[in-house]
Ligand binder design. Structure first.
Ligand SMILES: *[C@@H]1O[C@H](CO)[C@@H](O)[C@H](O)[C@H]1NC(C)=O
Ligand SMILES: *[C@@H]1O[C@H](CO)[C@@H](O)[C@H](O)[C@H]1NC(C)=O
Ligand SMILES: *[C@@H]1O[C@H](CO)[C@@H](O)[C@H](O)[C@H]1NC(C)=O
Length: 178
């Protein structure tokens, strides 16, 4: 009399596979990059609106080098790596049953999105490295987390005191804002 339990099991597996299929894809098949990229961003998008309220942006930066300090022009030059992370629900693609859970994009995609627009408000010059193209890396995770990474060369002011040269302490500062 094992017949009824067999029926139960096969019904259950059918139910499970039809659920995991989602979005009309046959079960076991996943959405390739081309399909995902053409579906993003998923809503009509306005770059002037915050993607979520509030939008938290995590910023990591590290100093690659301080390449120059000049008494003459009272400034310094610095190379920085900057990482920024934030959530944009319009860029999530979990629901598509993707083959991969991260996709990297070029600069074109960034121009279509809200970005934190962080800047060094007191820098004399600031430049994103180009060699030969603008080196901005954008990775989108399937849960809607965005990650950008770029390298900057900056010139910032130093308020120099030279009374006890060369034993004075110099302060050089950069102010970072969105
Ligand atoms: C991605 O999937 C679509 C639809 O399933 C298919 O037409 C297309 O050829 C695939 N592209 C690649 C690069 O595999
Ligand atoms: C992106 O996905 C690949 C597998 O598709 C994985 O090997 C890699 O570690 C992921 N990268 C990040 C930064 O999560
Ligand atoms: C989304 O995925 C990334 C990469 O796996 C992870 O670092 C991040 O914490 C996730 N975000 C949320 C809100 O779960």
């Amino acid at each position: 009399m094992s017949h009824p339990s067999w029926v139960m099991i096969s019904m259950l597996t059918e139910l499970l596979t039809s659920q995991s299929g989602g979005m009309g894809k046959p079960s076991g098949e996943c959405a390739n990059d081309t399909e995902i990229i053409s579906a993003l961003p998923s809503q009509p998008y306005n770059t002037h609106y915050l993607p979520s309220h509030p939008t938290h942006v995590r910023v990591d930066m590290w100093v690659q080098a301080v390449t120059a300090v000049s008494e003459l022009t009272q400034d310094f030059e610095i190379d920085l790596y900057i990482n920024e992370f934030w959530e944009d629900p319009n860029m999530a693609f979990d629901y598509m049953n993707p083959c991969r859970h991260n996709i990297s994009f070029d600069n074109d995609m960034l121009t279509k999105l809200w970005i934190p627009n962080t800047c060094f408000i007191n820098s004399k010059t600031a430049k994103i490295h180009e060699s030969p193209f603008k080196n901005v890396f954008l990775m989108v995770f399937s849960n809607g987390t965005l990650w950008t990474n770029y390298r900057m060369k900056l010139t910032g002011p130093c308020d120099m005191h030279l009374e006890k040269f060369p034993f004075d302490k110099q302060r050089c500062s950069l102010t970072f804002e969105s």
